[in-house]
Design a protein around this ligand. Sequence first.
Ligand SMILES: Nc1ncnc2c1ncn2[C@@H]1O[C@H](COP(=O)(O)OP(=O)(O)O)[C@@H](O)[C@H]1O
Ligand SMILES: [Mg+2]
Length: 583
Amino acid sequence: MIKKIMESIREYKKSSILSPVFVTLEVIMEVVIPLLMARLIDQGLNRGNMRATWFYGIIMLAAAAVSLSFGALAGKFCATASTGLAKNLRHDLFAKVQDFSFKNIDDFSTGSLVTRMTTDVTNVQMAYMLLIRIAFRAPLMLIFSLIMSFSINARLAVDFLIAVPVLAVALGLIIKFAHPLFRKVFKIYDRLNTVVQENLRGIRVVKSYVRKDHEIEKFKGISGDVYETYSSAEKLMALNSPVMQAVIYACMLVIAWVGAKLIVAGSLTTGELTSLITYIMMILMSLMMLSMIFVMLTIAQASGERIVEVLNTESDLTNAPQPIERVKDGSIVFDNVNFSYAGDPDKLSLKDINLAIKSGEQIGIIGETGSAKSSLVQLIPRLYDATTGTVYVGGVDVKDIDLTVLRDRVSMVLQKNVLFAGTIAENLRWGNPNASEAELWRACEVACADEFIKEMPDGLNTMIEQGGTNVSGGQKQRLCIARAVLAKPKILILDDSTSAVDTKTDAKIRQGLKEVIPGTTTLIIAQRISSIEGADRIVIMHHGTIDDVGTSDELLKRNTLYREVYDTQMQMKGGQTHVETEA
Ligand SMILES: Nc1ncnc2c1ncn2[C@@H]1O[C@H](COP(=O)(O)OP(=O)(O)O)[C@@H](O)[C@H]1O
Ligand SMILES: [Mg+2]
C-alpha cells in the first residue's frame, strides 16, 4: 500500500528528502543548546566568570538562531511535499475513475469515490506531513537526548530506558483495536456522502413530495452512526495520552529524587541536573509526538488502503491488444447474449438475445419499464459488456474495436442525459469539437432545438447552469439529440429521448433524422407507439427477453402485447400521452 501511494510523490521527491534533512540539522542544534546551558551555569555563573558567561551565552543565541532557520526551512519543504502528494493523489484517482467502466463505478458507488478523493486524501496528506517532519524529529530527539543524558549521568538515564518498552506495548495494543474502528468509520462516511448526494440531486422531488422530515431522519441516523463509531475509536486513542503521561511523570519523580541525592553527595553538578531535566523534557515531548503520529498513522492507514483500492482497480473495459480502428457500417448483431449487472448468471437482466439489425435500419424498441430496453442498447457502445455471448458492430465483435472509435461512431442519448455547466455551443461541441456555427444550427434544426435557442438572450452562447437546471426537460432532451447528431454517427441510439417532447415535435425530429443522416442505423426506445410506429422494425422487450420483432402492421396482427398497448394509446387520442421521465 505504502509503495503505491509513494508512486504519487513524483516531482515532490526533492522536498520530501530535504524536509527530514533540515529537521535533523534542527534537532542537532536543539540538542546542543542544553549542553551549552550546563557549561554556562557550571563554568560561568557558578564561578562568577563573566567572560565564560558571555561566551557561552552568545554561542547559545547563535545556535538557537540557526536551529530556528533550519526549522523554518524544514517546515517549508514539508508543506510543499505533503500538499504536493495530495494533489498528485487526487489527480491519479480522478484519472483512474475516468477510465472506469459503469460497472466499476457501480461497485464503488459515487459517494464512496467522492469520500476517497476528499477526506481520505486529506488524511494521507496530514500523515505524510507528520511523517517527514515530526516522525523524523521525534525519534532523533529521543535518541540524541538519551545519548546526552547518558553522557551526563548513566545511572540516572537508565531509569528512562525502562519506560520505553512499557509505552510501546501500550501503544501497540491501542492501535490494534482502533484500526478496524477507523475503517468502519470511513465506510459509514461513504453512506453519508451517498445520502447527501442523492438528496441534493433530487431536492426538487424531496420537496414536492414533502419528504423533508423523512430525509432528515435518514441523515440523522447515519450521522449518529458516524458519531458512535468515531467516538469509540477516539476514546481508545485518547487512552494513549494518560498512559504516556503517567509513565513519564513517574520517571521525572525518580530522577528529581535520585538527582537531588547525587548533588548532595557531590557526584552531580547543578548545571548537569538542569540540562538533564531539559533533556528529559525533550524525551517526554518526543514520546508525546510519537504517540500523536501513531494516532494519525492509524487513521491514515485506513484511508490509504481505501485510496489504493481505487488505484489498484483495473477497469474491466479494456481495449483488445490490437484493436480495430474502423467501424465498417452501422449493422448490429446480438448473438446469444446474456447480461447481468452483477456478472452473476443467476441474476440475468437480459436473456437469450438474438437480433440482427441491418446498417441504416430504423428500429423502434418498446416494452414496459424494467423490461431491459436500456440494458440492451447499452451493450452496443460497451457501456457494459455482455456477460456471455457476443455483440457485433459492423460485423466485428465490439470488444475488438478500439473503444474510442466505437464510442465515436455510436452516439447514444442516455435516458438520464446530462448537460454540463457551460454555453450551449460548448455542450453541443462535445459531439464534434470542430463543428462550425452553421453545423451547430443544422444539428439544432434536426433536433427541433433551434426555435427555443433563438429565443434565448445569447443564442448559442447562452450559459447552461450546472446540471442543466435552466432548461426544461424537453429542451434538454432536444439539446442532447442535437449533440448526438453532430457527431455524425454510424449508429444513433435514442433512449427515451423524446419523452418530454410533444408528439408533433417528436414526429418532426424523426423526419429530420431520416433526411439528415439517412445511412445511420437508428434505435429509438420509446413509451409512445407513435414514436416508433413508422420504424422499419419494432422490437418488443418483455422481462429481459425479446418477445417479438416485426413491423407495426405485422405486430398488430399477431402480438397481443403490442395490440393492447396500441389500442390503449390510440384511444387516448393520437397517443397524446405526456410521460415525464427521469430526463
Ligand atoms: N446499474 C444497474 N445495476 C443493477 N441493476 C440494474 C442497473 N440498471 C438497471 N438494472 C436492472 O436491470 C433491469 C432492466 O432495467 P432497464 O434496462 O433500465 O429497463 P428499461 O430501460 O426497460 O426500463 C431492471 O430490473 C433494473 O432494476
Ligand atoms: Mg430505460
